[in-house]
Design a protein around this ligand. Structure first.
Ligand code: THU
Length: 157
């Protein structure tokens, strides 16, 4: 038996002003995207924004539904819209922010497992790393690739 270890590295920033210009623009789009949230049940408003290889930014927000599983997270709303609108472009980065009644959480918003799996798929489609930027009021985390937030990615079919 050999004990193995998975090492995950990421960057922590104190505010979006510390991000580079591209990431800051994407972070601002994610925060702006929160305004599109429809969350009458959880009141947790999430916004997400995807940067495409052509420079385009596509944003999204969570959409809830009385039949709960029919709703969708902000990240998948953004990624599916981006995939549908720019099928020939790569998704290079995604940012997300969230908070109850639109007040951004102090800690960074972290994507759910299903959204991570969808990120992994688009990263695999493009063959390029997709960075993930998680925004909080007090700190921001940046992961260089989806593998860092979904180790041992399933993409075997
Ligand atoms: N939500 C997202 O939009 N993204 C996530 O990664 C986690 C959760 C949404 C789904 C639901 O509308 C609300 O947040 C509460 O779970």
């Amino acid at each position: 038996m050999k004990e193995q270890q998975i090492d995950i590295r990421f960057q922590e920033y104190g505010s979006i002003e510390e991000l580079n210009a591209e990431d800051r623009e994407l972070a601002e789009a994610a925060i702006e995207g929160m305004k599109g949230s429809y969350a009458p049940y959880s009141h947790f408003n999430v916004g997400a924004a995807v940067r495409m290889s052509g420079g385009q930014i596509v944003s999204g927000a969570n959409q809830e539904n009385a039949a709960f599983p029919s709703g969708l997270c902000a990240e998948r709303t953004a990624m599916f819209a981006a995939g549908a609108k720019y099928p020939d472009k790569d998704m290079l980065s995604i940012a997300l922010a969230g908070g109850v009644y639109g007040r951004i959480t102090d800690e960074p918003a972290t994507p759910c497992g299903a959204c991570r799996q969808v990120m992994a798929q688009y990263q695999s489609k493009s063959g390029k790393p997709m960075s993930v930027i998680m925004i909080g009021h007090k700190k921001i985390w940046k992961f260089e690739k989806v593998d860092d937030i979904l180790p041992l990615i399933f993409d075997s079919i």
